[in-house]
Design a protein around this ligand. Structure first.
Ligand SMILES: Nc1ncnc2c1ncn2[C@@H]1O[C@H](COP(=O)(O)OP(=O)(O)OP(=O)(O)O)[C@@H](O)[C@H]1O
Ligand SMILES: [Mg+2]
Length: 377
């Protein structure tokens, strides 16, 4: 039997749960070409949500094309233009002959070399002349609009891991260029998303930045406990196993509702369960996951300064008023300035999150490991 529960891949079909409102909202934005910026911490389900909404929007509106660009391995502007051109070409045609004709026609200046692997349009590669690209990338930024206008279709360009543009040589100039072009598009909408929450916030909510008010900001929440309980228990039942609601709740609580970890822990419990899940199985599965991640957590912790570790210790102990004299003395926190510097650095390292005025650990397993194994509190 195929193992249910997946993690580390897009959650699709029966593996995708809840998010009804967010999905509907995104579908509406796609159909209305409303630019949307989707922000959440790592692995909360952004990519899965966009994929799901894209499938529905496409089905409901036959004039809509969805162009998916993933910047996960894109480090330079040239790579960005190539990835964008490639996805626009691949998403606007369903036959390779037409894709080739479009590439030749709309990208002629860049002397495109197009290759296909298999029949799938997702395996199309477009190579562009780098010198020309450096000289005049603007055409690529308008490619989607040009094709949409000419072919009388509408396009949603979805750009995943958008935070990677921060690695380009001059990110600010690049953002200015994108915005100048994209805000003029009439037949193309943009959905930009990424997991470096603090960077995404800076790019899209700071009024001095080019992308300020570019589109609607959507903050993804975690999935609520009752949805998870229903999802876990019905997935067990469908595969001939049983788990009580109480144990489902403890899985969700160990994972702090974090979608990736709820799926991972559920899978580990499922694999260990013959017929009926028990509390011992849940605890054992959780300990195993912590043990597997231990080495990585250890390495991560070694990159931290003493001040940052003192701060994490106070947080792990549940201290709330970190700047009170008693707490600062107890945990060796030298000054409020030092605390705010350490917090900022930990947010930039993706260890802490700052949501709704509260700092918290981003990774529930790291929080657990820190508290119980590193500090032994
Ligand atoms: N709606 C959902 N229902 C069930 N599980 C989900 C859902 N969304 C996400 N997950 C779980 O979380 C994992 C991460 O999802 P996804 O890759 O979509 O998140 P992400 O926010 O794009 O992550 P990253 O920040 O790494 O890009 C999935 O592999 C899956 O296990
Ligand atoms: Mg993602």
């Amino acid at each position: 039997m195929k193992t249910p529960f997946i993690f580390g891949k897009l959650a699709k079909e029966s593996n995708f749960t809840d998010r009804t409102d967010e999905t509907q909202h995104l579908v509406t934005n796609f159909k209305a070409l409303i630019n949307t910026i989707l922000i959440s911490p790592r692995r909360w389900g952004k990519s899965s949500l966009v994929y799901k909404a894209a499938q529905i929007a496409k089905k409901e509106d036959s004039s809509l094309r969805i162009c998916m660009v993933d910047l996960f391995n894109v480090r330079t502007e040239e790579q960005f233009y190539t990835a964008l051109a490639q996805s626009v070409i691949a998403s606007t045609e369903s036959k390779w002959q037409e894709a080739l004709a479009n590439a030749t026609r709309f990208l002629s200046r860049f002397v495109p070399k197009v290759s296909f692997a298999g029949d799938s349009m997702t395996e199309i590669t477009v190579d562009l002349n780098m010198e020309e690209l450096r000289r005049n990338p603007d055409e690529i930024l308008d490619l989607a609009e040009k094709i949409a206008t000419e072919k009388k279709v509408r396009i949603i360009v979805c750009i995943d891991e958008f935070q990677n543009i921060a690695n380009f040589d001059d990110p600010l100039a690049f953002q200015r260029k994108l915005r100048a072009h994209w805000q003029q598009h009439q037949n193309v909408g943009y959905c930009l998303y990424g997991s470096k929450r603090h960077m995404m916030m800076e790019v899209f909510t700071d009024y001095s930045m080019p992308f300020y008010k570019f589109g609607e900001l959507m903050f993804l929440d975690k999935i609520a406990t009752p949805e998870w309980v229903h999802f876990i228990s019905s997935t067990f039942s469908e595969t001939g196993k049983h788990i009580s609601d109480k144990l489902c709740e403890s899985i969700v609580s160990f994972a702090d509702n974090h979608p990736y970890y709820v799926q991972q822990l559920s899978q580990q419990v499922w694999l260990r369960t013959e017929v009926d899940a028990t509390e011992e199985i849940v605890c054992e599965a959780h300990s195993d996951i912590i043990a597997q991640l231990g080495l990585m957590f250890d390495n991560l912790t070694q990159t931290l300064t003493n001040g940052q570790i003192c701060l994490l210790r106070a947080m792990s102990a549940g201290e709330k008023s970190l700047t009170s004299k008693a707490v600062m003395d107890k945990y060796n926190l030298s000054s409020p300035t030092m605390i705010s510097r350490a917090r900022k650095a930990l947010v930039e390292k993706d260890i802490l999150d700052y949501i709704g005025g509260v700092y918290s650990f981003q990774d529930p397993m790291y929080a657990y490991w820190m508290k119980h194994q590193y500090f032994r509190l």
